[in-house]
Design a protein around this ligand. Sequence first.
Ligand code: OSB
Ligand code: MG
Length: 369
Amino acid sequence: MKLTGVELRRVRMPLAAPFRTSFGTTQVREALLLRAVTADAEGWGECVALSDPLYSSEYVDGCADVLRRFLVPALTGRRDGLDAPAVAPALSAFRGHPMAKAALETAVLDAELRERGVPLARELGAVRDRVPCGVSVGIMDSVPRLLDAVAGYLDEGYVRVKLKIEPGWDIAPVRAVRERFGDDLLLQVDANTAYTRADARHLAGLDPFGLLLIEQPLPEDDLLGHAELARRLRTPVCLDESITSARAAADAIALGAAGVVNIKPGRVGGYLEARRVHDVCVAHGVPVWCGGMLETGVGRAANVALAALPGCTLPGDTSASDRYYRDDITAPFTLDAGHLPVPTGPGIGVDPLPDALEAVTVRTEWLPA
Ligand code: OSB
Ligand code: MG
């Protein structure tokens, strides 16, 4: 496949409600959409970096810069063609920037799969045609507000609830949700690195509530701390931020730092590496699930394909379009009995709606070969 060029499109989409985590509050989702154009097809990729470098070191403007100056030219400057598996090797000289690289690889992969007529789910090895969906619930001003929000999501059919936690918003909200909604509710928490090793005893206070897991309590680079914490908690420890590659997943599992793994393609440099993370976890009997980064319909379509892999045995953060946006840029993903359908069309299986896309576009840039 020979690239004709890549379009970088900056979008701005207000969230249906502000989303607060231990690292900050998002009110408007800014994102980059990439369109890879070849002689025979075009493909889409969504860059999941947030506006500010708070979840990880990447951020939207930084991704646009590294794509424009280094990553896209490394592909478009080649005289020979390339296929999707050749993208990561072609970009590997450039350190870091997994979210920017993932978006570019996904756009190329989507173009290639559309050309071949193959759905992404099939290419990755999916075994399901619909996936059960959880919802990630932000930190709120009060416990009653949180209970209302959770009740609303359960009415909509979500099969699992994840509460964002931080010091000062942990035991009490978890207890309140457990008491109100009962022991059968699949419930988990996500700290986004907000705790330290010294908080082990405090976090053990979550043990009585029968959580599925606690996600990323400690800093990204503290694998040993997670292993130590895992030995002191009954709640399984799940890693998100720390899992930056299949090798990082293998290391975390070997250390006893990850009893569960959250897979995010953007965090590991793309869907092909995400598949390898999945395979490492399956080989070790570690359950995995597909995380989310407040994606638009473009990123959601690809995540739902990943969530349909055999090792994704826990519901993911693949919520319906309306949990995030009043107007998504693709036909909306809607929940049916707690599930989303896996797209069946070639590639990611969805297309941005031209008018909806135009309405949220701030800037478009064409990077020719
Ligand atoms: O840690 O999983 C996370 C959103 C943005 C950045 C990090 C995270 C999240 C979420 C929401 O928890 C997941 C989603 O519904 O997209
Ligand atoms: Mg997380």
